[in-house]
Design a protein around this ligand. Structure first.
Ligand code: EPU
Length: 336
């Protein structure tokens, strides 16, 4: 286990916020888990991070940050139709997706390019281009905190919902996810429910393959989303809001062309559109603005402080409340 005292967390969060923590522990080997528990690391203030791609630090973190860096992918079972792959929490998400594509396993390809680690993917049930990771997760393994009792949650026990799971609710800060087992199909099939993905693939005139789907997803991502190696951000900053049918009827009588989708409990609106309609694509404050091609993403163009991003996002929430009477919520974890 690598230990650093009082390091800058700038290289460990994709928002590139320059703040510090008391101690950083980088867990590279499974045997390190035992040490974490014997040293009672989780009995003091702590924060577990993956690639720090879905969090906003608002100030120095007065505790220990634990970064997962364990590696390993293993096919643990298979039959004629399916394969079960156990993947270490510290594996890069897109490396895993590429592994599935190379081996002709179907189901993860639409999710290529999402920043983050495998261990983080169940927490907010990552999703893009018509797929969600819940559709391919078989089980999630790890330890309860602070004592280190092992757990296994089967898919249906994870309470997956849109950008949500048990790991964000009852088990928030009460578990360490160490491995995820995925169940992927060996049978050729594709999810082309996302219109732009289907149309872009059709325009190529080529036969659909896993490689073509992944390449097209990357192309669409690159056209809308910033390259996190160059620009500080944490992907979509807000969740898309779900409103009641009655509220939607009220809004659509007042505003034309509101993007909307059916959703459990009502109608889902596109927060990016609402933010754009409130004029935020024109507003930059210091090094903080929304991304020009996707207003749902807030970016740090250089040396923004966490507090400046907080002020900016709170003003966005306020303007959406004033114009539409809807309260949008951050998708990103705000570490305060
Ligand atoms: N839109 C605008 N203006 C904008 C942004 C979007 O009008 O500035 C409109 C688009 O034209 C489109 C609609 O809003 O009609 C939806 O946009 P898009 O398809 O780009 O998706 P999204 O709802 O904004 C979600 C995910 C993304 C994921 C995309 C694609 C959430 C919070 N975000 O964004 O996930 O890549 O769908 O499936 O659900 C992430 O979670 O970090 C993330 C990037």
């Amino acid at each position: 286990m690598i230990t650093q005292k009082h390091p800058s967390l700038k290289p460990y969060n994709t928002f590139h916020i320059d703040c510090r923590c008391k101690k950083l522990l980088i867990v590279e080997d499974e045997s390190d888990f035992e040490e974490l528990f014997s040293k009672r690391v989780f009995c003091q203030p702590f924060l577990i991070i993956g690639e720090g791609s879905n969090m906003l630090f608002t100030k120095d973190f007065e505790g220990t940050v634990i970064k997962l860096a364990t590696k390993g992918m293993e096919i643990i079972n298979e039959d004629d139709d399916c394969v079960y792959i156990r993947v270490a929490g510290g594996e890069n998400w897109s490396d895993f997706v590429r592994f599935t594509i190379e081996n002709k396993f179907y189901g993860a390809e639409n999710l290529i390019g999402i920043p983050g680690l495998v261990g983080s993917c169940p927490v907010q049930n990552i999703g893009a281009y018509g797929s969600e990771v819940k559709d391919i997760i078989y089980q999630v393994e790890g330890f309860y905190l602070p004592d280190g009792e092992p757990f296994v949650f089967y898919n249906e026990e994870c309470e997956f919902a849109y950008r949500d799971s048990i790991f964000k609710k009852e088990l928030k800060d009460r578990c360490l996810i160490t491995e995820v087992v995925f169940k992927l199909s060996k049978e050729e099939h594709y999810n082309l429910i996302y219109k732009q993905l289907k149309e872009t693939i059709e325009q190529t005139g080529n036969t659909v393959t896993l490689e073509l789907v992944a390449k097209t997803v990357q192309k669409i991502r690159n056209s809308k989303l910033p390259d996190i190696t160059k620009v500080g951000c944490a992907g979509s900053f807000f969740k898309n809001p779900v409103v009641s049918e009655a509220k939607f009827a009220e809004l659509s009588a007042k505003f034309d062309n509101l993007v909307h989708y059916p959703a459990p409990g009502g109608v889902k609106l596109a927060a990016g559109q609402l933010i754009e309609n409130c004029g935020w694509k024109e507003i930059r404050k210091g090094d903080v603005s929304v991304y020009p091609t996707q207003a749902l993403v807030i970016v740090n163009w250089g040396n923004a402080k966490g507090k400046e991003v907080v002020d900016y996002y709170q003003q966005i929430i306020k303007s959406i409340q004033e114009k539409y009477g809807i309260t949008i919520e951050p998708e990103v974890r705000i570490v305060s």
